[in-house]
Structure formats: C-alpha cells, structure tokens
Design a protein around this ligand. Structure first.
Ligand SMILES: [Zn+2]
Length: 396
C-alpha cells in the first residue's frame, strides 16, 4: 500500500490534531494581506455592503497606482452615497486609503515588483490561443451554464439554483466548461511550461502549497478572469455565500494546478485566502485526486474537529466546477495515475474584509462560532433562572 493511502489521510485529516499550515496559503505578491494598519474610519464613510447597481464607475486605467485600475472601478459601486459623484481624484484617494489599510509598505513594494514581473512575461511569452484571453461565453461555457444567467432579475436566483447540486452543505457543483475550451486551456498551460523550460524563466508558482501550476493572471488572463468573476461568480456568490461577502466579490487570484507524475501529488488540509473559491477540473485522464472537505471555520476554530456531517469527499469530473467558501477546510488526495489539471479562481471581497473587522468576534459562517453562541445563550438563560430563584428564596 502506498504511504499516503486514502484511508490514512482521511483519519489524519478528520482528527483535531491534523495540522493546517500555520497560515493560509497566500498568493505571491498580490499585496492583499489582512489586517495591517488600523486607522479608524468615520462611520458615516464606511463602504456599503450592497452595491449601487445603477452607478456607472469612472475609468482608472490612466492612473499610475500601486493597485490594479480595474479594482477601483469595481470598488466604486460600494462607496458611501455622498462620495459617489465627487471628482474622480477624490474617490481614488478614498479608495486607495482603504486598500492601503490592507497592505503594508512591504506589500506595496512587492506589488510593484510583481507588476514588473508580469510585464516581463506578457512582453515575451507568445500565447498559443489568443481567443482564451478574452471571455467569450458561447465558446467557453456549456449552454446550461449560460442560460442560467440569462434569466430576468426576478427569476435569476431560481435559475442559478436549477443548475446546481449541493452534495454537502455549502458545497455546490455544476457543469461549466466546454470540452474544447478545456483542451485549449490545457494546451496553453503546456505551452507556457515549455516556454519556462526553454527560457529558464524564474516563474512564480500559484501559492505556497503548489510547486507546479501557473498563475493565469500573470500570463495575461487577468481581465478575462475578472469578467468571469463579475458576470457569473458574483451572482452565484450572492445566492449561496451572502454571509462571506455575496455579490461584493471584487478581486481574484486565478491559476491552474497540475497533479500527477512529475507534478504535485496531493495537497494538504488547508483553507484558501479567498471568500469564495471556484475549482474547475480541466482534465485530462486521471485516477484519485478527490477533494475532501471538513466544514467551515474561522481563524479561532480552524483546528477544531469536524462533525460527522461535515465530512465529504468529491471526485472531479472534467468540465465540472465545484464552488465553496474559502474558509471551508479542504485538501486534495493523491492523484494516483495520469495527470489532472484544475482551474482555480480565489474570489475576494475588500468590503467583506473591511466589515469583518467590526464584527463582535462571532462568525455567522463558522460552525463552531454558532455552536458557542448558542451555548452561551443557554448558559445565560440558566444563570438568569438561578438568579431569579435565589431572589425568590430571599423574598419568601
Ligand atoms: Zn469560529
């Protein structure tokens, strides 16, 4: 039996002693660190959780900024109402202030270097299929996926639910990508790997846990993936993940991971640096590589044991997607034969991360937080009862 048999891993992963990595795997150099800097903001000037849908944001492409221009356009819809129609420069300064609270000077220096790194790839790497770099729903997606998003406002929730299966609480699966698109994206990634080998380019891998794979945002697919998030994933998130930002997803980290011979074998138990994670299998032929899930937990409870009903295992199907909260603890079992490539989109919400700082320590999306809250309530009630009884004894 191989050292990492499925059964061994299941036991280890479900026990409370299974170590998660000390920190969530974070994207390299995207300047999206948590909780650094804490300048108190005027409460009247907080971002809104519900976007101004009809507001047309300014274009920030021409500004020299340490942050991606597209990010400001997305964030603009969440501005406090009194800031919506002020001059662009004022909005820019306000939003940059918020973004800077999330990133230290070191982060910003890294972001600048990362921009230069991306520029180096984009000006030297020749894409194999240029049509992959711009989102085209009719050639990317299966018809059922496209149709689900064409419903009217009043029907869209039902329409999205109709293409989804929920094999375990908080885990949704659906058919998404056309076989031809998967083939082309696989070939593009292979072409990029070939270019890395030929040029000996010092490439950055997708995260701290994968030694193989490619960051699609770095090779020119950032705006395509941003559109995928804005036009599709945000709607799914609004329906199923309102408690972790819902529709407010505004930035992403898009990459592919490769498993199999001469690639990564498995992925340990972890949580993602995302609010919502989309994971789509591109192929090819493989056995093993199942995803295992162990319930959603906040930082405080991330090492706690899973409940029996939270234990779930998913087998990948090429073209099919699985979507879950980033804080849903999971890992990938060894790919035992063949090769498996998956497309990952970590979707984040600056608004959600901002609001999270103001909550009272209980996360509505963490199973253990909710259990603790219920227990405290029960305890408070019984203490009150005891107190009332004592009072009655005194008065009697
Ligand atoms: Zn918790």
């Amino acid at each position: 039996m191989p050292a990492h048999s499925g059964a061994d891993r299941l036991d280890a992963a479900s026990s409370s002693t299974q170590p998660l990595p000390p920190a969530a795997p974070t994207a390299t150099g995207n300047g999206n660190a948590n909780g650094i800097g804490s300048v108190p903001m005027n409460s009247n000037y907080r971002l809104r959780l519900i976007p101004h849908q009809n507001h047309k944001p300014d274009n920030y492409d021409d500004l020299q900024s340490e942050f991606t221009p597209i990010f400001f356009s997305s964030l603009e819809r969440y501005l406090p109402p009194q800031l919506l129609n002020v001059p662009r420069e004022a909005k820019y300064k306000y939003m940059r202030g918020i973004l800077r609270r999330y990133s230290s000077e070191g982060d910003r220096a890294r972001a600048k270097k990362h921009k230069e790194y991306r520029q180096k790839i984009i000006s030297n790497y020749q894409p194999l299929y240029r049509d992959l770099y711009e989102l085209d729903a009719t050639t990317f997606f299966v018809p059922s996926f496209i149709e689900a998003f064409m419903a009217s406002d009043s029907n869209i929730v039902q329409s999205i639910k109709s293409i989804m299966s929920e094999p375990a609480p908080g885990v949704y699966t659906f058919n998404m990508l056309q076989p031809r698109f998967c083939e082309k994206l696989l070939a593009e990634v292979e072409n990029f790997e070939k270019w890395i080998t030929e040029t000996k380019f010092g490439v950055m891998r997708p995260n701290t846990m994968n030694k193989y794979g490619a960051v699609l945002d770095d090779i020119g697919m950032e705006s395509m993936l941003h559109k995928l998030m804005e036009d599709f994933i945000r709607h799914i998130s609004r329906v199923f993940f309102a408690d972790v930002g819902g529709y407010s997803l505004d930035s992403h980290h898009g990459f592919v991971v490769q498993y199999g011979l001469n690639r990564d074998v498995e992925l340990g138990f972890h949580v993602d640096d995302s609010e919502v994670t989309l994971n789509v299998c591109l192929g090819k032929q493989f056995s093993g590589g199942e995803l295992f899930f162990r319930g959603v937990r906040c930082d405080k409870h991330v090492h706690n044991e899973a409940l029996p009903e939270e234990i779930f295992e998913y087998s990948h199907v090429p073209g099919h997607a699985i979507i879950h909260r980033g804080r849903h603890r999971h890992g990938a079992r060894p790919t035992t034969a063949g090769s498996r490539v998956n497309l990952l989109l970590w979707c984040r919400s600056a608004v959600f991360r901002e609001l999270k700082k103001h909550n009272n320590g209980y996360a509505s999306w963490c199973g253990d937080c909710q259990r603790e809250k219920r227990e405290r309530l029960i305890q408070a009630v019984s203490e009150k009862k005891a107190e009332m009884l004592r009072e009655r004894v005194v008065h009697d």
